[in-house]
Design a protein. Sequence first.
Length: 240
Amino acid sequence: MKDDLKKLLLMQDIDSRIDRATAEMDEIPREKLIHERELESQKADYEKEKRKLEEIKEFSANCYENKEASEKMLAEFKNKLLQMKTNAEYSAMTEQIEFVKKKISDLDIEILEKMYEEEQGEQDLVDAKKIWERNTKRAEKRQDILDGQLEVLKENMDKLMTERRDISSGIGKRLLDKYEQLRGAGRGLVVVGLQKGACGGCLTNIPPQTAVEISQGTTFVCPICGRFVVWKDDSSMAGV
Ligand SMILES: [Zn+2]
């Protein structure tokens, strides 16, 4: 195999590592975003519980106010009852009094119900806060780990890019251009081994005589896929 091609193989290996590192680097912001969204949703849950509790308290306060007003009214009506002159007036006032008493009793039931709801609401709020806080801490820790990983990946990437530059400077321009063109077209590996007498990239059979030449170090460009077919450690002839 020509020196150029050996270097190209080496560069291909570096490029594979660059691709893996790039994929890992891309994965980090994606994971961060997942954590952020999860926290946002837990914060929203907490705020929902908070609003719910506020509404219960507001409703409860209204009930108390209503009850107070009704009690005042009841006292007034009881006073008025003493001043009633006719039976009809008396009985109308008694009816009013019964109505207000019923209202107060209904309010008492509602106040009691809201007390239970408030107790449950307080507990739900504490639970929602706990979940949110616990996950915030967990996400912060994970964020630190991810930041650390990103640093390592960046350093690694810098080294790979330097290695790539060094190697590519020793490869002929035409070969390099062809490599970049194939790689840019998303063909995956550009330099492939002869495998069972076929191109290791597209599996097209290669004439036996050409296969022998490849095994002796000749570089062959596959007429079908355009990849460089070389003899590698795991290469083999047809029928082997
Ligand atoms: Zn091919």
